[in-house]
Design a protein around this ligand. Structure first.
Ligand code: RIB
Ligand code: CA
Length: 313
């Protein structure tokens, strides 16, 4: 099987880091063409720093990493140091990066890669606010029909929001960008909080990462030890929710997930519900389906896959 060519768009973030590690540990299924960074969990200078730290941890100093948009399309940047710590990658004590960022802007890399490869070749994997993806679509509308699939972490339905009562963080930070992406016509798979809040790093699962005894395994244990605090306090969760690794796990084993092809639209007007993903799960409208919205996952299967793959780094 030919590995799927992907671009990871990310705002690391401990869970982004685990998603990137999973992708890099799965070369038979995934070829990462490059990593594009966006402001989100922490400002852009830190997300680009953290992406390089993670790639060096995985032994991929050759990975092409680009800086992208440093603020949302039309709103003030909201960050999440309260969840991820002031560096965005609090937990493990990892060395400062030595690999360089690529020259050029992330948006141009996304456009160029989509134009240079045959239509339907590249899957975009946004793990943060959708600012880079939307900016690329605005700058080069022709790329929309060249995208094989967009597999993103964002939104929520029955689970509500995690940054406001109605909105999940990635969508809330840049709702205008999300609206552009969800209307672009490319096939979209959504990993919302309804799924990612079932991917919890329980103590046993954390112990399994640590028991790998590798630099990557121990770092994943330390990252999730750190960022579980927010969800434990807020939701009484049994551990850190691995939001973004649901995206790369889907690329390796889609059968771990199930959902529905439904209409999903983004609230961009009301401040009360700004950034809400209005998911027509029960198909009560005649709005055309535009996304496969996941509702459940095989959590034990997910962690078995993740632990095995992290152990290969
Ligand atoms: O709401 C969770 C999402 O917001 C995750 O992608 C996390 O990394 C943050 O970006
Ligand atoms: Ca993220």
């Amino acid at each position: 099987m030919t590995p799927r060519k992907i671009i990871i768009d990310t705002d690391p973030g401990q869970d982004d880091a685990v998603a990137i590690l999973l992708a890099l540990a799965s070369p038979d299924e995934i070829e990462v063409l490059g990593i594009t960074c966006v402001a989100g969990n922490v400002p852009l200078d830190l997300t680009t720093r953290n992406a390089r730290i993670v790639c060096e941890l995985a032994g991929h100093r050759d990975m092409r990493i680009f800086a992208g948009c440093d603020r949302p399309l039309g709103r003030k940047l909201v960050t999440a140091e309260h969840v991820h710590g002031k560096t965005g990658l609090d937990g493990p004590d990892l060395p400062d990066p030595t690999m360089a960022l690529q020259d050029g802007h992330a948006v141009d890399f996304i456009i160029d890669q989509l134009r240079d490869h045959a239509p339907g070749t590249i899957t975009l994997c946004p793990l943060g606010p959708l600012t880079n993806i939307a900016t690329a679509l605005q700058k080069a509308p022709d790329i929309a029909k060249r995208i094989a699939k967009i597999v993103l972490m964002g939104g929520g339905c029955f689970e509500g929001g995690n940054i406001t009562p109605a909105a999940e963080f990635n969508i809330y930070v840049d709702p205008q960008a999300a609206d552009i992406v969800f209307k672009c016509g490319a096939p979209i798979v959504v990993m919302p909080l309804d799924v990612t809040h079932k991917a919890l790093v329980t103590r046993a699962r954390n112990d399994a990462f640590r028991a790998l005894g590798t630099a990557a395994g121990v770092a994943v244990a330390e990252m999730t030890d750190f960022f579980e605090r927010f969800d434990k306090e807020k939701y009484g969760s049994a551990g850190a929710p691995l939001h973004d690794p649901c995206v790369t796990a889907y690329l390796v084993d889609p059968d771990l997930f199930n959902g529905r092809h439904i209409n999903v639209e983004i609230e961009t007007q009301s401040e009360l519900t700004m950034g809400m993903t209005v998911a027509d799960w029960w198909r009560v409208t005649d709005r055309p389906p535009n996304a496969t919205f996941m509702g459940d996952l095989d959590a034990d299967g997910f962690f078995a896959l993740l632990t095995d793959r992290i152990g290969r780094l």
